[in-house]
Ligand binder design. Structure first.
Ligand SMILES: Cc1cc2nc3c(=O)[nH]c(=O)nc-3n(C[C@H](O)[C@H](O)[C@H](O)COP(=O)(O)O)c2cc1C
Length: 240
């Protein structure tokens, strides 16, 4: 059974090329409010959203992280994990405040991600498009300074939104059985990986990618991760 909502979800493909047309302000607000309706840990709403829409600020972010979707977007929403309001709430009741650590990071990151995905879905349901830009974390400190991010906050990812200039094809996911298990976890063989490499290569077709899916994973996880994110979290009082 497929309804209109599921059709929108199934049609998702990231959009990186936008027309110069702007998303009307009141429509953007509807989309973000739909995003903010997402579930959130204990209703803490541990995130903030910076709506970047001026050419000047978009260009400054593009200089830090040169992805054209940032420059060309109607709006570049920066999703910020945020325990700054939590500090103020906590201090109403106690002088103790412990924002550091992995669990708190998960709370704010998951909250922000659910709101962001809901926002993108709302945009897509109205015919707009967008793409997440997580690589802004490579310039976390510079971006935090640009956006005036205070203590206990950190940039998680951006969401470039606009009117699609080109619609990409829906990217095939891993087979259902390789991801969704019945009752117990089922470790996968490397054959599953190689089969998906082939599926991705077939999907890419003529615009053949320079690397396979598993090679891109190896590039990420076969080397130590960047240290910028941790340094920024430490600077903001969220990791010790
Ligand atoms: C947290 C997150 C960060 C992402 N960062 C980037 C990015 O920096 N640049 C980019 O072009 N795409 C980025 N993407 C988009 C993914 O590459 C894309 O969702 C994935 O390849 C699947 O393609 P699809 O969205 O078209 O189905 C990001 C996606 C997520 C969820």
């Amino acid at each position: 059974m497929v309804n209109d909502m599921i059709k929108v979800m199934q049609a998702h493909a990231s959009v990186r090329n936008f027309t110069t047309e702007k998303i009307p302000e009141e429509i953007l607000k509807v989309m973000i409010e739909a995003g903010r309706a997402a579930s959130t840990w204990k209703n803490f709403q541990s995130y903030s959203i910076i709506n970047v829409h001026t050419v000047e600020t978009k260009d400054k972010i593009f200089e830090l992280q040169p992805q054209k979707s940032i420059k060309n977007a109607s709006n570049f929403l920066v999703f910020v994990g945020d325990l700054n309001r939590a500090e103020k709430a906590t201090k109403l009741h106690t002088d103790q405040f412990y924002p550091e650590g992995t669990e708190n990071l998960l709370i704010s990151s998951v909250d922000a991600s659910l709101a962001a995905q809901n926002t993108l879905l709302a945009a897509e349901s109205l015919g707009y498009g967008g793409v997440f830009v997580g690589l802004i974390r490579d310039q976390a400190a510079e971006l935090s300074a640009l956006l005036n991010l205070p203590d206990y906050t950190y940039p998680l990812f951006g969401l470039a939104l606009g009117i699609p200039a080109r619609q990409n094809a829906v990217k095939p996911r891993l087979p259902y059985e390789a991801v969704v298990f019945d009752e117990r976890y089922q470790e996968q063989t490397s054959q599953v990986i190689q089969d998906y490499d082939q599926m991705q290569a077939d999907f890419a077709g003529e615009r053949r990618l320079t690397s396979t899916w598993s090679e891109r994973i190896a590039a990420q996880f076969g080397a130590p991760s960047q240290t910028v994110t941790l340094a920024n979290l430490q600077d903001k009082g969220l990791m010790s």
